[in-house]
Design a protein around this ligand. Structure first.
Ligand code: NDP
Length: 448
């Protein structure tokens, strides 16, 4: 039995009750087979796979808080510190009723490789709680966040573990958690990222994921001697990632003609009016029907099951920026039939596995979210750097660094794929490039 298969068996036996974690480990180790097979003896002797699939530590704790009726509520808090071979643990805090240990371990495991890819010194971790922020009052949110941080604060620090936002944890929650940490520790340090601009946050963090996606897409196209200027794009979503992907695509001379939300989509052959989109989504927090009402060139379509939505149009570039599993095999076939050149993922796991395979087999340039949307976490790491220096960089400085990072990520994943005989497979290239750096550090640091 190969080393990968042996370790997969062990991980399954030890974590039988954790389906999400097992799926992530299988997918990552499968795509790493070329590099693991080539170094089997060294990795086996040093138990690299056994060590990389076992978190450094997993912390679970009670989070008691008092609701607006004076009733005590109890949630479960998690922080999985997975691997700090290349830097302090870093990863978001998810607040959602679906959160459990398996999901946090799955996300923390993936985070190791994604963070490594950013080229910055950050390890992998993830945390959260099964607390549901929906429908809670501001005071209840604060009570939860303070209680959560009272316990979590014992295990984190600017050089130890630096959590960030994720689903359910936005600027408000980061603020309450930061305030409680500061109060308990009696010091101001960059222990969380996603902070407000007046208290240690970074300029360009808002734009980072969408802009980064386009910097990487541009590097990919350039490498294939394709000019992004004049290319039409299908974008899904109309949230943070989608809006800034559309904005940067336009700045680079491309023409995004679609966007969507959970109830419908826009097709605007004249090109999306990004100022209007921001007004509708960021200011009014309204539906896309308002965009269509204000823009004569735009068509609005209500979402119906089984329809191809934004993927049915003839475009050069596809940029899925909404949610998981939003681009399936049928959509992929439609895109290929329409001659799409590239699919680069702004969202996490928007393309189903069979769709990814179909796109790759049909010569579409495909870069998965682990590399393509890494601009967000990279800019969080730049927030850490600014906090350590006690300086705030200008927008241009952060944006310039982000561009350089995304271009380097593309060069690294392309190079890793070539070195292991899978040229053009950027999914394998991303896993390999992220993995190699962590393994080098683990080997150098001995048995720990
Ligand atoms: P937002 O919540 O700001 O936006 C999500 C957008 O997707 C909204 O327009 C939402 O519509 C839409 N959407 C949700 N579900 C569907 C659906 N089923 N069909 C069509 N549209 C849908 O999230 P972000 O932009 O921040 O994140 C988008 C993705 O990118 C997520 O996968 C996230 O994990 C990933 N990501 C985000 C990063 C960041 O820095 N923001 C970093 C790395 C990854 P509606 O308004 O109707 O809900």
């Amino acid at each position: 039995m190969s080393y990968v298969d042996e370790v997969l068996e062990q991980v399954k036996a030890k974590n039988a009750d954790q389906p999400e974690f097992l799926q992530a480990v299988s997918e990552v180790l499968d795509s790493l087979r070329p590099v693991i097979d080539a170094n089997e003896e060294l990795y086996r002797k040093n138990a690299i796979l056994e060590r990389i699939t076992e978190p450094d530590r997993q912390i679970m704790f009670r989070v008691p808080w008092v609701d607006d009726n004076g009733q005590v509520q109890v949630n479960r808090g998690f922080r999985v510190q997975f691997n700090n071979a290349i830097g302090p643990y870093k990863g978001g805090l998810r607040l959602h009723p679906s959160v459990n240990l398996s999901i946090i371990k799955f996300l923390g495991f993936e985070q190791i490789f994604k963070n490594s890819l950013t080229t910055l010194p950050i390890g992998g971790g993830k945390g959260g709680s099964d607390f549901d922020p929906k429908g809670k009052s501001d005071r209840e949110i604060m009570a939860f966040c303070q209680s959560f941080m009272t316990e979590l604060g014992k295990y984190i620090g600017a050089d130890i573990d630096v959590p960030a936002g994720d689903i359910g944890t936005g600027a408000r929650e980061i603020g309450y958690m930061f305030g409680q940490y500061k109060r308990i520790q009696g010091m101001f340090e960059g222990v969380l990222t996603g902070k407000g601009l007046t208290w240690g946050g970074s300029l360009a963090r808002t734009q980072a994921t969408g802009y980064g996606l386009l910097y990487l897409t541009n590097a990919l196209l350039k490498d294939h001697n394709i000019d992004i200027a004049g290319k039409t794009c299908a974008v899904s979503g109309s949230g943070n990632v989608a809006i800034y992907a559309i904005e940067k695509a336009q700045q680079l001379g491309a023409k995004p003609v679609t966007c969507s939300d959970s109830t419908g989509w826009i097709y605007d052959p004249e090109g999306i009016d990004v100022a209007l989109l921001k007004e509708v989504k960021e200011v009014k927090r309204a539906r896309l029907t308002e965009y269509a009402a204000a823009r004569p060139s735009a068509e609005y379509h209500e979402k119906k099951n089984g329809e191809h939505g934004v993927w049915q149009y003839k475009v050069d570039l596809a940029l899925p920026c909404a949610t998981q599993n939003e681009l399936d095999l049928e959509d992929a076939k439609m895109l290929v039939a329409n001659g799409v050149i590239s699919v680069t993922e702004g969202a996490n796991m928007p393309t189903t596995l069979d769709a990814t395979k179909y796109l790759q087999e049909n010569g579409v340039l495909f870069v998965g979210g682990k590399a393509a949307n890494a601009g967000g976490v990279a800019t969080s790491a730049l927030e850490m750097s600014q906090n350590s220096e006690r300086l705030s960089w200008s927008f241009e400085e952060v944006d310039g660094k982000l561009k350089g990072i995304m271009e380097t990520i593309y060069a690294n994943i392309s190079d890793a794929a070539k070195r292991y005989g899978v040229e053009g497979d950027y999914v394998a290239g991303a896993n390999i490039a992220g993995f190699e750096k962590v393994v080098d550090a683990m080997l150098a640091q001995g048995v720990c």
